[in-house]
Design a protein. Structure first.
Length: 204
């Protein structure tokens, strides 16, 4: 996709496993796409929706996950921070509570990448990307890290993301989204299951 000079291409992961009012998680994501447009994102291209197990195992209902590619006005760190603030504002519109990390939630929006921007710098991004599984559970960055340091590890992100941005290349590793997805264990990829919605019943 060609990005206008005054805009940046964003990659965003979406997920949720709790209803919001009468809306089920997939309906929350439906409504979220419209809300993101109202917040300032444009040219939004969403993947299909997928179902994945809650993490850690047994911590809640299955998640509905998706990924999207969109434009955000501006470039550089300030624009990326503004895009993140818009994502947080959208989460709040749908009742997101940040009381528990990795816990059940109505809506989770992760800014995965902002063009080829690396924040806050290459060394810091590399350090967070290299964290082991135990450190990931306890370490929380105090600032925005881009690209998202767990991007390459998460099947529930990479499987849908490969639909909308298979050729995006990680600015630190040079690896494409499609290659990161294909490097996952087969069982990890298989755990991300397409969401099958019930067919609407038509009255005769």
């Amino acid at each position: 996709m060609i990005v206008e000079p005054d805009s940046s291409e964003c990659l965003i992961a979406l997920g949720g496993n709790l209803p919001f009012g009468e809306m089920q998680p997939e309906q929350v994501i439906d409504a979220c796409l419209e809300a993101l447009s109202e917040e300032g994102f444009s040219d939004i291209n969403s993947s299909c929706y997928y179902v994945t197990d809650a993490f850690p195992a047994g911590s809640g209902p299955d998640f509905v996950n998706a990924a999207l590619r969109a434009k955000w006005p501006g470039r550089g760190a300030a624009a990326a921070e503004a895009a993140l603030a818009a994502l947080h504002a959208t989460e709040a519109r749908f009742g997101r509570s940040r009381a528990q990390r990795w816990g059940p939630r109505t809506l989770d929006l992760d800014l995965l990448a902002f063009g080829d921007l690396v924040l806050p710098d290459g060394a810091t991004q590399d350090r967070w990307r290299a964290l082991g599984a135990d450190a990931q559970r306890s370490a929380v960055p105090e600032r925005l890290i881009l690209p998202h340091p767990r991007l390459q590890d998460r099947a529930f992100v990479l499987v849908p993301l490969a639909e909308v941005a298979p050729g995006w290349r990680h600015p630190r590793t040079g690896t494409t989204v499609a290659a990161m997805r294909d490097a996952l264990a087969p069982e990890a990829r298989a755990s991300v299951r397409p969401l099958v919605r019930p067919q609407a019943k038509h009255r005769l």
